[in-house]
Design a binder for this molecule. Sequence first.
Ligand code: ME8
Length: 676
Amino acid sequence: MAKSTFYVTTPIYYPNDKLHIGHSYVTVAADAIARYKRLRGYDVMFLTGTDEHGQKIQNRAIEAGKDVMAFLDEIIAWSQDLWARLDVTYDDFIRTTQERHKKVVEAIFERLIEQDDVYLGDYEGWYCTPCESFWSQRELVDGNCPDCGRPVKYVKEESYFFRMSKYVDRLLAYYDEHPEFIQPESRKHEMINNFIKPGLQDLCVSRTSFDWGIHVRRDPKHVVYVWLDALTNYITAIGYGSDDPALQEKFEKFWPADLQLVGKDIVRFHVIYWPIILMALGLPLPKRVYGHGFFLMKDGKMSKSKGNVIDPKLLIDRYGSDAIRYFLLREIPFGQDGVFTPEAMVQRLNFDLANDFGNLIHRTAAMLNRFCAGTVTRPTGAALTNAEAALAQLAKETVQETERQLEVLQFSLALTAIWRLVAQANKYIDDTAPWGLNKSGNTERLNAVMYTLVDTIRVISVLVQPFMPKAANRVFEQYGFTVEETDWNTLTEPGKLSAKKHVAEGTPLFPRLDVNDEVTELAQLTQLEDGGLKTALPSADPAKPEAAATAAGGPVEAVKEQAAREGKEVIGIDTFDQVELRVGQVLTAERVEKADKLLRLEIDLGSEVRQIVSGIAKYFDPPSVLVGRKVVVVANLKPVKLRGVDSNGMILAASEGDELTLVTVPESMPNGAVVK
Ligand code: ME8
């Protein structure tokens, strides 16, 4: 029987700069899933690549004084070397400058014009060159690009447009019929409320103001504009539109993709424009698009201009690929944002890898060699106790839990489950004290304990394979585990571990680190002495005018002083951006029993109703005066219990002395709208 297939993709990255730890994050996540599915017996296709057209790339090559293709080749070589060093096992790497992609995009464009999905019109509006995005007047923030905050320019030019609006109803019906299509669930509401409900504009799909791109066949002064070119990579790479029967077969085999991983910044393109393009081409839609969260620095988003970007190669050189892969997937729940700090990384590596995992592997092998000449012997039934049965049961449950969490891409929870087993195995050593059994000559019991430990290590090393392939292989070699013994699909079958085997003494898998020294060293190495904070503030370079303001105690100093007086740090816009503010409407309001100050409110946030407890009772009597009021809610606040009542968020209010006013917005603003 043919194997089941699994097609997983990452975004294709812009090669305008070297890739950083954020790009490594999603690529390692895709690799872990690809490896996991291969281990489960799937025929996997794992695609990554680069998005090489557009003005931004052309400008970067010109700045570097290089021919565009030569400039790209260098960055692509660097990127592929990064993936090799991170043990990323992609099956194909697509470059949008490759002929296999270009000629299919040209044909797709012609077809879309012929079937009147694409038409020629005039584009008038605001354009942000760094983001390569067009914006309407309404979308600008203080006259600047709403994504990056940089100035935009007004442009008017002839462009081709895609009739997006024609497909909106079908798209919404698809969302309804396929609740698993957009994940995590919260991103779906964001898409519907922020982009679809306000009215989906036709999408500009060609430009005439630059020429680094795929030219429209019938009208070559037009270059296919970035998203139509970029998104189609997922089908051109696997043979869509090819004349070659083998490639056509490949396309039939793998499309629709099972999983498309994208950052939250480009979810919109992948769950609105991409499905619509596919509908226009009469193709099925991907089964799942997952919008993962971002790795941030202490001063907010990573960006070259802030100088807070971490070079992943530097970390790999110092700690090895396994350690970096582990940290990336362990630290932050997939789907959420998290902050990268040297402290967190060094602690994880030291405690989880050196102390817990590495030590379990090392001390077990050392004891086996000291007490049993390195040989594991299958125990007799009489020597087994409840402790062995309990560990075997936990191992079984851990396999199931790891599978469950990997299916829903909760890498950190899968690792948490595996580390629970690691901790339990370490505890089992302490409880059974094999050194005591050796001393008292209780060979039967000693064999039982050592066999149980080696069997547990076998399960653990198989489970960590998708995350830390090198470490897993080292354990397989050291412990002499065979292919049969390390087959994930029969992992917990009884008697899997062969009756006799030899285990080598080995060396520790992960070095122990001195946390303080290492953090200092790492901070210097990454040049983030203050966690990147200094780069968020204006440069101290006297040649730059804002530096003069700082030196003379000007506006920046005044802001810092004011913040310091209030016991708060000055924050960058990116830190503020982490606060999710939304418009809500009070549905019910009542007093909380035995709590004079508290009101329990139910608030409609558009996509959900939230319960919030607020200390505003004395200002609103009776509480029902609040019903129907539009309020601003901090929607991503950690849930708390106040007087035993769950509170999931906070409403904003201004207060001075005895007066308090709720921050409100006009009635016309829909519930769930984002406040910035
Ligand atoms: O958007 N944390 O390319 P891109 C986590 N070419 N992930 C991050 C990250 C961070 N700090 N920074 C980047 C493009 N990423 C387009 C995509 S797809 C058809 C075209 C990851 O080089 C994240 O997955 O800007 C994000 O979506 C992607 O890199 C953007 O890469």
